[in-house]
Design a protein around this ligand. Sequence first.
Ligand code: GDP
Length: 473
Amino acid sequence: MNEPVSLPLQGEPIAAVATPVGVGALAVVRMSGEGVFSIADRVFTKVRSPETSLADSPGYTAHFGKLYDGDRMIDEVIVLVFRSPDSFTVEDMVEITCHGGPVVTKHVLKLLLDNGCRLAEPGEFTRRAFLNGRIDLLQAEAIGEMIHARSESAYRTAVNQMSGGLSGRLGTLREQLLHSCALLELELDFSEEDVEFQSREELSGQVENLQQEVDKLVQSYQHGRLLREGVATAIIGRPNAGKSTLLNALLGEERAIVSHMPGTTRDYIEECFIYEKTMFRLTDTAGLREAAEEIEHEGIRRSYEKIAEADLILYLLDIGASDYEEETSTVTELRQKHPDIQLLVVANKTDTTEDSAERSEKVAEKTGCQVLGISALKEDGLDRLKAGMSSMVEGLDKLHDASVLVTSMRHYEALRNASDALRNARELIDAQSETELIAFELRSALDYVGEITGKVVNEEVLNVIFGQFCIGK
Ligand code: GDP
């Protein structure tokens, strides 16, 4: 007799609200795990053919009816039935679409909890999808990133990762590594006979190629981070240069307090705007100058910290001021202090002087920086400034077409470790070290790559990843 087809083990039944808290037309409460159909049958009465149960209904069917807590009606709802293994979690699942609103959803959820479900932990549905092999770890994380994406580019990268872009690349890497490892292990098995299944030169070449592949991914992290988190942009300059005015103009709304008194932007504020597909995170920092006031001092210290964290600095100067030339030394100093950060000089208040073009040119000559003239107040030259900001960020244009990018710190660190292990392996091969040592390094590289997709599972890492999800996801 044939063995029955074994279905994946079903976890204890869990339930959660999957839609955001608040008032809406509809909300979704979902359940997953063993016995969810009977739980639903206990509280749900179908309008059509009430004699049939959900437990007997085929997968992918929708049922209209009423939810009851004893005799008390809770809501009119639609119930969707998903049968294992054809569901997000691979388990049996029920999704209840009820009316939106915090009180309704609370009642529906409570009903399910009272009838045998446990409240799901954050990310538990996705965690089950991962543990049941429906998605790999990268894809699980991509779902999280997609939900939290704030720009078109970040969303695109997440979609790509969800559809397996990075997983595919890492899969190929792993296969190649496995192949090299397997040959070395074979040699170890036959160590008495002193055979080499692959010449050391060939192996060294292969490991070098693998390392280059890994390094490409490591390097893509810098770009990936820009997509995910946005380009950190610090607007700096003397008090009254027009920093807050520029910030407001770029954001298109009144966000910062604009004032005539020098030094009123005491702290810094951070807001985002999207130009074309790129998100810029703007910080308007307290004015750069020696300040006596205590609070302002703190603001200035923080603004220096912000400069160090920035990807791009906009140095704003009042081009109409009589002492505009004095600032060129500050700009030059900044460039020397932060050679890695892109610096764009913005000559503001072009509306206040006839010869702003000549003045800007002088600043450009003295500092060697690109200078763009604008009037933040009149909102003149802002498009040119935004285009200039985009072009300052290296590789940003290529980025939008890049198919595989590393965006997460976790992946980045694992890849860096893999790269280190591969480098060690190559050094050992070239120094004609023992096979055992080379195999050890290659195996650790393999483990690091495996950690990313979840082939090598570490419970702590899973807790961190899924803990970041919201409940119901
Ligand atoms: P911050 O101290 O650098 O943040 O400077 P603010 O944004 O508070 O601006 C200081 C003053 O300069 C305010 O009175 C603004 O209206 C004015 N201002 C800012 N930008 C321009 C500009 O492009 N042209 C003119 N004429 N005034 C400006």
